[in-house]
Design a protein around this ligand. Structure first.
Ligand code: HEM
Length: 182
């Protein structure tokens, strides 16, 4: 998982519970306090999963609450940090169509070929007249974050669309298939 995500997660924890909570959660996930996370560097997915689990446990958040809080923090960070992606996308569909390419851009800077491939393999997208069809497969199982972020992107552009999850790896499917239907 690219370090941008850890930074956003720490920001979210800081807002809710302050810096002492970050230190305790890092300790619980066995992440040395002195380690800096870089927004363009890749870190172990299993370690991230442990960090997220410890965050939920320590802040008393259900999976759904954690996904909502994280997606909101992610959206707020992205609007400020990457305004160009929002400016060049005229509507939610254009933005969501770009999302896998935005992600793959982060893979380019990762030197380990396996880690690079792991990032690139997470999302694929197909387009039909009335919908976008997203395939998401990742050991992090963050389809809930995908859906909440897609909702925030729709809100950003003041649009409405239906989001349908056809399959889910958390329910034992091979991958998640999510349709955004206009
Ligand atoms: C400017 C906009 C965005 C940027 C810069 C961005 C960047 C990133 C980066 C760097 C990661 C970590 C990738 C990895 O390590 O594999 C990530 C993960 C993720 N992003 Fe985005 N993202 C953006 C928008 C979105 C949007 C709009 C959605 C959903 C509609 C989304 C859904 C996700 C999900 C679900 C993950 C977790 C992937 C996983 O590890 O399983 N992102 N994002």
């Amino acid at each position: 998982m690219v370090g941008l995500i850890h930074k956003i997660l720490f920001g979210m924890i800081d807002n809710v519970a302050g810096e002492t909570a970050i230190a305790a959660i890092r300790q619980g996930a066995q992440i040395p306090n002195e380690r800096e996370f870089r927004i363009d560097e890749n870190y172990d997915d299993t370690e991230f999963q442990k960090l997220l689990a410890k965050t939920c446990e320590s802040l008393g958040l259900s999976q759904d609450q954690a996904e909502t809080a994280f997606a909101t923090a992610f959206y707020n960070d992205s609007v400020q940090r990457w305004p160009t992606w929002f400016r060049i996308s005229k509507n939610a569909r254009e933005f969501l169509k770009r999302q896998p390419a935005i992600h793959n851009g982060f893979a380019t800077g990762v030197s380990d070929p396996e880690a690079r491939k792991a990032i690139r393999d997470k999302f694929t997208l197909k387009e039909e007249d009335d919908r976008l069809i997203v395939h998401y497969k990742s050991p992090n199982n963050l389809c809930g974050v995908y859906i909440k972020l897609a909702e925030l992107i729709l809100q950003h552009y003041e649009e409405s669309a239906t989001i349908e999850q056809k399959t889910c790896s958390r329910r034992g499917d091979e991958a998640c298939e999510i349709h955004i239907v206009w």
